[in-house]
Ligand binder design. Structure first.
Ligand SMILES: NC(=O)c1ccc[n+]([C@@H]2O[C@H](COP(=O)([O-])OP(=O)(O)OC[C@H]3O[C@@H](n4cnc5c(N)ncnc54)[C@H](O)[C@@H]3O)[C@@H](O)[C@H]2O)c1
Length: 323
């Protein structure tokens, strides 16, 4: 695969890793990011164009100037809690502005599109592992916005070909230590556990230990950000090779409880993780674990990094992170 790929959200956590992976494969990434949440310093493998995905004239300029062949669309707001407090803002940024991006790309003849969705579109699972045919039941405005974009992409009149990638819990950091997770506010468990161990953040709160799981705490499927980046490259190659529209659930297929994650953080860092027990948080399913069989079969994608590797890389990044 060659060509030029517009990576919206390219200055963010996952987008910056996607840019690095594309560049290593000889594909030129052009990061397009408002920098409202992203960081210019994370864009190191191609140009950064500052702009908003809802701004049609900026999109026309960047797509024509760089002769863009495909788009990887990661830009969006990501905090579930905030989406419940500010639903209109989330619908505007994640859905309405994405519609501008899709329609502009289509009008300029861009053919291929890869979209970052989430396992949250499935809501509370009805099977132990979640495959692509699992019913949709989003439980937050954030998840609603992701499903709305999946539906925009699946519209029958759509000329753009697309792959939807539904990530489970993105974690870890660049194994070379160049980039990593830098959300503000940080709401993800692994960086919060690491920050609690390093004394960079207050003790971790566990939200409930009375779930129907082996140790009572919620179980999640953690997938290394470098493995996710690889999946984007493979999704682009799939579309480039004439592959049809598809959606893939991207996780390791193995779940880890909050307690297991705390123990692993402690073991890998050599530090205790100060924590306390809190009540359940509304809307948290007890267990979310992917069935990644389809991505293995169609894209040849299997994650390489286990939980310990995710922790090692994230720890190294948090220790060196600009603060
Ligand atoms: N982190 C996860 O565990 C996870 C899980 C499932 C899905 N996702 C999805 O993956 C994508 C990337 O997540 P992330 O963790 O890298 O988030 P992030 O916040 O680090 O990156 C998102 C980037 O999008 C940019 N952005 C937001 N709105 C924009 C707009 N209107 N125009 C241009 N740029 C805009 C932000 O400045 C930021 O750099 C998101 O779409 C998110 O919903 C993430």
């Amino acid at each position: 695969m060659s060509g030029k790929v517009l990576v919206t959200g390219g200055a963010g956590f996952i987008g910056s890793h996607v840019c690095k992976r594309l560049a290593a494969a000889g594909v030129a990434p052009i990061a397009f990011d408002s920098l409202e949440k992203g960081h210019a310093g994370m864009v190191r493998w191609g140009p950064l164009v500052r702009g908003d995905i809802g701004d049609r004239s900026s999109l026309i300029k960047v797509i024509t100037e760089y002769n863009i062949d495909a788009i990887v669309h990661l830009a969006g707001y990501i905090e579930v809690g905030r989406s419940m407090r500010e639903p209109a803002l989330f619908h505007d940024n994640n859905v309405a502005r994405t519609a501008v991006l899709i329609e502009t790309a289509e009008s300029l003849g861009v053919e291929n599109f890869v979209f970052s969705s989430t396992c949250a579109v499935f809501g509370t699972p009805v099977t132990a592992r979640i495959g692509e045919t699992h019913p949709f039941a989003p439980m937050s405005v954030y998840a609603d916005t992701k499903l709305a974009v999946e539906r925009l992409l699946a519209a029958p009149e759509r000329r753009l070909k697309s792959v939807v990638l539904r990530y489970f819990n993105a974690a870890g950091a660049d194994p070379d230590g160049e980039i990593g997770e830098m959300h503000d506010p940080e709401t993800h468990l692994m960086p919060l556990a690491i920050d609690a161990a390093l004394g960079f953040a207050p003790p971790l709160t566990i939200f409930g230990d009375d779930y129907p799981t082996p140790d009572g705490t919620c179980v999640r499927d953690y997938v290394h950000v470098e493995d996710l980046a690889e999946a984007h490259l493979r999704a682009l190659a799939w579309l480039d090779g004439g592959g049809a529209n598809a959606a893939f659930n991207l996780g390791s297929g193995t779940g880890h409880s909050v307690r297991e994650l705390i123990d692993a953080t402690s073991r890998v860092s050599g530090l205790p993780v100060p924590h306390s027990m809190g009540p359940r948080r509304e809307g948290d399913p007890s267990s979310l674990v992917a069935d990644p069989t389809l991505a293995a079969k169609i894209l040849g994608w299997t994650p390489k990094h286990d939980l310990d590797a995710q922790l090692e890389h994230a720890l190294r990044w948090r220790r060196s992170m600009p603060r």
